[in-house]
Design a protein. Structure first.
Length: 81
């Protein structure tokens, strides 16, 4: 069953005791940034899931949902030339 963005976002945790409070996946020592950088470098989701057996498909989707939410919160102002 497909999970809603809200359900997926529950997988992203922030705990000062884990990676100095960086957003992580389910409290694991795998950061949201680490997964985003890997995906942007062209590493396939399947490869990430193989490299990190504790990750689940929904974790990857949660990372992408988290990034989308953060971008949606940003205010963009035109740069004057």
């Amino acid at each position: 069953m497909e999970k809603s963005p809200t359900e997926l976002l529950r997988r992203i945790t922030i705990d000062p005791e884990v990676l100095v409070g960086e957003p992580t996946i389910r409290g694991l020592r795998i950061s949201v940034e680490q997964i985003l950088r890997a995906l942007s470098a062209g590493i396939a989701k399947e490869e990430l899931l193989g490299d990190y057996p504790e990750l689940e498909d929904d974790d990857i989707r949660a990372v992408l949902s988290y990034a989308a939410e953060r971008v949606a919160e940003d205010q963009v102002f035109p740069i004057s030339s």
